[in-house]
Ligand binder design. Structure first.
Ligand code: GLY
Length: 562
């Protein structure tokens, strides 16, 4: 049963338009094999449900959805990338974040992306194999399957393999992403052969077949992690990377390990917010913002006051992100302090109701942050849950496919700080905590999240680069107001990330009179000419067991309850 299907359109500035009115917010009671899945592609949502119907649990379904997205949404995530899986196992209440984030190769160093004059080399951390970290997704899929699933990995990968062999249809969004990255895809013959048609972006409805990727997935299913990180696939990956100027070695791949980490937990009144821990900045920044806002009667404030306080919370949380956050295996991240309500309450005292806070900073122009990366949310009838945000970073990652493997490599190395104070592709700055070091994981904004209220449990997340965390904040606040997934995914969005020092907002997200009031308090506003994000969310009512689900109307996803 379809609950809501994403539409790539957005309402008029006056409010929610006809696209949203088409959403069918159906709630369905649970039955055996039942569950709720929302993902960025219909093929992936259906693959997850097929695995639930075959006797798999939410963790098996998560492997199926992730692997299928790796095939049918190649600009968002893939075997050549990584991500975070937030898990809740109902039988014992175990909650954990499976960290499948990429790692820097052993030959990496803090000056990898700067020239002899100390200047950042444009594009070096974004395009081509030098930009690629050691992938984590294949190891994470094996870890989930072996540690939490019920079905054999080879069975769970079948839908993805079928899509890779038979091909998926090019969509409007694929065309937009491929157009954006056409030049770099054309730089590499193996990439252009798969994703372009004689060097041009294929037309809508054209089939993208990936037989090499199907073979790599088959090998992963048959051999487990060794099928990717050792042997023929690993050798082909390293040879291709080194031949094209990259610095991977066989030892880098053999050494890759997922990490299990305790999630970051914060409280928004009687709601428990569970989110990603470092090397994601998501849970920590979310905790700071949630704790800053929890005592404010946002619902009773004027719209200008409410937006003002939310923007100020974002400003302080992203300031701390830039200063303190990095890979916890390499840098001491003060998680307990940054996530404590007492710290947040001290920050709140620095907010003036009538004037924005001034934190001395340099400034630079805003950078785009789009809809790349991917997210999906799953709940099964037993109560298991998965929130997963996965990425190859920029659309189509580094643009580099290792010939013979079908694996499109990430450019997640750009999430490191190439040089202190110099912004990355999302306009984010940072310091030593997130400098490039061998074996280190780059800081992320990916924020797979659970919101656990007394009556309802929600699972949500979204792509969107640096804006991910503020989108999840707005979604969690909407949950707290009593709204359901259709509202969280559709609500208009605004964002502040400390630097650049602007409030970015979607068309119609801040009314003109509110804009004027914010400007009078010293905020600089930037009206975006397009929407952003692609939130995928599911919810369950505790008492009735009823599921609901929604897929962002800005995207091409599918939310389905069965
Ligand atoms: N590559 C985007 C992120 O991890 O935040």
């Amino acid at each position: 049963m379809v609950v809501s299907m994403g539409r790539r359109r957005w309402p008029s500035p006056s409010g929610l338009g006809p696209g949203l009115l088409l959403l069918l917010a159906l709630a369905v009671p649970a039955a055996h094999g039942a569950g709720a899945i929302a993902s960025a592609r219909p093929e992936a949502t259906r693959a997850g449900h097929a695995i639930l119907a075959a006797g798999g649990n939410a963790f098996d379904a998560a492997v199926a959805v992730a692997a299928t997205l790796a095939v049918v949404e190649p600009f968002g995530s893939g075997l050549g990338g990584g991500g975070f899986f937030l898990l809740h196992r109902q039988q014992d209440g175990h909650q954990v974040m499976v960290d499948g984030r990429e790692t820097a190769p052993a030959a990496a160093h803090p000056d990898l992306y700067v020239d002899a004059d100390g200047e950042v080399v444009p594009g070096a951390s974004v395009d081509g194999p030098l930009a690629a970290g050691i992938p984590g997704l294949p190891a994470a899929l094996v870890h989930l399957s072996e540690g939490y699933g019920r079905l054999p990995l080879a069975r769970v990968l079948e839908p993805a393999i079928q899509w890779a062999e038979e091909g998926f249809e090019v969509s409007a969004h694929y065309r937009a992403m491929a157009t954006f990255r056409k030049d770099v895809l054309n730089d590499y013959a193996a990439s252009a052969a798969i994703f372009l048609d004689a060097g041009e972006v294929p037309g809508e409805g054209a089939l993208i077949r990936q037989p090499d990727l199907a073979a790599t997935l088959r090998r992963l299913g048959a051999e487990g992690r060794g099928g990717f990180y050792d042997g023929e696939v690993a050798a082909a990956l390293v040879d291709a990377v080194v031949d094209h100027g990259g610095i991977w070695s066989a030892a880098d791949l053999a050494a890759y390990r997922v990490r299990e980490r305790a999630p970051v937990v914060s409280r928004l009144g009687d709601i428990r917010v569970v989110s990603a821990s470092p090397p994601s900045s998501g849970g920590v920044a979310l905790a700071t913002m949630v704790h800053m806002l929890e005592d404010l009667p946002l619902g009773d404030l004027s719209e200008a006051d409410a937006v003002h306080y939310m923007v100020e919370a974002m400003r302080f949380a992203y300031r701390d992100r830039a200063v303190y956050l990095g890979d916890p295996d390499y840098t001491a991240v003060p998680v307990a302090r940054l996530t404590s309500p007492a710290y947040a309450h001290r920050l709140v005292r620095q907010i003036s109701p009538g004037q924005r806070a001034h934190i001395p900073t340099p400034d630079f122009p805003p950078q785009p942050a789009g809809t790349h990366t991917t997210h999906f949310s799953i709940m099964d009838d037993a109560g298991n849950r998965v929130a997963a945000t996965l990425s190859i970073n920029y659309p189509f990652g580094s643009g580099f496919v290792a010939a013979g493997t079908g694996v499109l490599l990430n450019d997640e190395m750009d999430d490191f700080v190439a040089k202190p104070g110099v912004p990355n592709v999302y306009g984010l700055v940072g310091g030593r905590a997130n400098a490039v070091e061998p074996g280190k994981r780059p800081l992320s904004s990916m924020s797979p999240t659970f919101v656990e209220g007394p009556d309802r449990i929600g699972v949500l997340g979204t792509p969107g680069g640096s804006r991910i965390i503020t989108m999840v904040l707005l979604g969690a606040l909407d949950f707290a107001r009593g709204n359901g997934p259709a509202s969280w995914v559709a609500r208009p969005r605004f964002h502040h990330q400390f630097l650049p020092d602007v409030v970015q907002f979607e068309p119609g997200a801040i009314a003109p009179d509110v804009q004027r009031e914010l400007e009078a308090r010293g905020h600089r506003l930037q009206a975006l000419d397009s929407t952003y994000g692609n939130m995928q969310a599911v919810m369950r009512e505790r008492r009735s067991g009823r599921f609901s689900a929604a897929s962002d109307p800005r995207g091409e996803g599918l939310a389905e309850v069965r």
